[in-house]
Ligand binder design. Structure first.
Ligand code: URA
Length: 423
């Protein structure tokens, strides 16, 4: 077997054999297949696609490049969720402790921001003292502790290392947008993390990787099949990502909003999606409890505090605030009919909530507060958004990302669309 024959098989529209897939993923992980060869193969896959069999084998090979964790000995059922990435998507923060409060164990291996989409670890790191790195034995202790039950941490180096290397290449070679590659990338990590059940939140719309319902449905189907084939009970929801979730995009801003949700308040869309996903997760775990009760009586908040403390964080510490802010005002009066997720995501990213380059520090306080959401009435001259940053030279770039992101209409009977688009 050699790299060129694998590349040309796919380039010419052929189906890769199990032996070819096993070999190329393993050889790439060990540095025998070069980055330029794997990039060429990724591009051939973008164009030619992969069959269900190839995608399943590819995923298994990526899992096999590292260690598959096993939490079957825990006294409680494990269940996790994964979002394909959006703007203002802080749902994991209230969701993981809420589901733990319902009696499940939630092993959440999370990532950092990618492009215009925020990262859960970046958000939690705005809490004083909180550490993203947790050893596997400590993960097990936290998950087994009935007062905590949830851990949100960085994936160790041994979790699907082939995906880590391949993802970095795809990011810089225009090969992210492929359903089999996205599905296998996400599912290799989620299967390797050892969860028994999984709920996928597949985002659709301007701020998502997939812009159409058909594309998102195809991705969701591919991921559900991969999960079930690997013995992980998997369901997927399709949810709207045309406008940001909630009223904040940015790291500390989103932590504050998540704490509001845990305290029984918070924006209606964040509460709706948190409870919808929690019900799916609790059902997958075979538990009979309504998450709305665990949210209302403060148990979810207790688990949040314990979860943050278990990773060295101080849940009572004041959150960082950016040094500079600027207000964007409504240009006319009427109904806000569009606040584009991509525009807001790119603006928050440029303000410092995300990274321009791999490995860069993010600003904890940077981001955007939204004073109105689509469907709300707005008045000319009143604040629509507040932009926050430590680096005021970033305002110009953020404002330019927002130029075409806002639509205000008069006299319209306009209503926002549904948040949950399918299951
Ligand atoms: N998230 C991932 O982990 N992988 C992808 O390919 C896309 C989004």
């Amino acid at each position: 077997l050699d790299a060129v024959s694998v590349i040309t098989t796919k380039r010419d529209g052929g189906e890769l054999s199990d032996a070819q897939i096993d070999w190329v993923v393993d050889a790439f992980t060990r540095g025998i297949v070069a980055d330029e060869q794997m990039s060429a193969l990724a591009m051939a896959i973008v164009w030619r696609g992969m069959t269900r069999r190839e995608t399943a084998r590819w995923t298994a090979a990526m899992i096999g490049s590292g260690t598959r964790m096993d939490f079957t000995d825990l006294p409680r059922p494990t269940v996790d969720k994964h979002s394909t990435g959006g703007v203002g998507d802080k749902i994991t923060l209230p969701l993981a402790p809420l589901v733990a409060a319902c009696g499940a164990a939630v092993p959440q291996l999370s990532g950092r921001g990618l492009g215009h989409t925020g990262g859960t670890l970046d958000k939690l790191e705005s809490i004083r003292g909180w550490q993203a790195d947790v050893t596997v034995p400590r993960m097990r202790e936290i998950l087994a502790d009935p007062a905590i039950g949830a851990v949100i941490c960085a994936a160790g180096a041994d979790l699907a290392p082939a995906d880590k290397r391949l993802y970095a290449l795809r990011d810089v070679t225009g090969t992210v947008e492929s359903i089999p590659l996205i599905a296998s990338s996400i599912m290799s990590k989620k299967i390797a993390e050892g969860t028994a059940a999984l709920v996928l939140d597949v985002k659709v719309g301007s701020g998502a990787f997939l812009k159409t319902l058909d594309g998102a449905r195809e991705l969701a189907t591919a991921m559900v099949e991969l999960g079930r084939d690997a013995g992980v009970q998997t369901v997927a929801l399709l949810t709207a990502m045309d406008t940001p979730l909630g009223r904040t995009a940015g790291n500390a801003l989103e932590v504050a909003e998540s704490v509001e949700v845990l305290a029984g308040g918070g924006p209606a869309d964040v509460v709706e999606l948190t409870l919808t996903l929690a019900r799916e997760m609790v059902a997958q775990a075979g538990l009979r409890i309504d998450p709305a009760d665990a949210l209302a009586d403060g148990r979810a908040m207790d688990h949040w505090r314990a979860m943050i403390q278990a990773q060295g964080g101080d849940p009572d510490a004041a959150l960082p605030v950016a040094r500079h802010s600027e207000i964007v005002r409504a240009e006319s009066s009427g109904v806000l009919t569009r606040l584009d997720a991509m525009g807001v995501g790119v603006a928050a990213w440029r303000l410092g909530a995300g990274r321009a380059r791999q490995g860069e520090q993010v600003q904890a306080g940077a981001g955007i507060e939204m004073h109105a959401k689509p469907g709300d009435s707005v008045v000319a001259g009143r604040p629509l958004l507040t932009l926050h940053t430590d680096t005021p030279e970033a305002f110009a770039g953020a404002l330019s990302a927002l130029t075409d992101a806002i639509t205000i209409e008069t006299g319209s009977e306009w209503k926002p669309g549904e948040l949950i688009l399918g299951r």
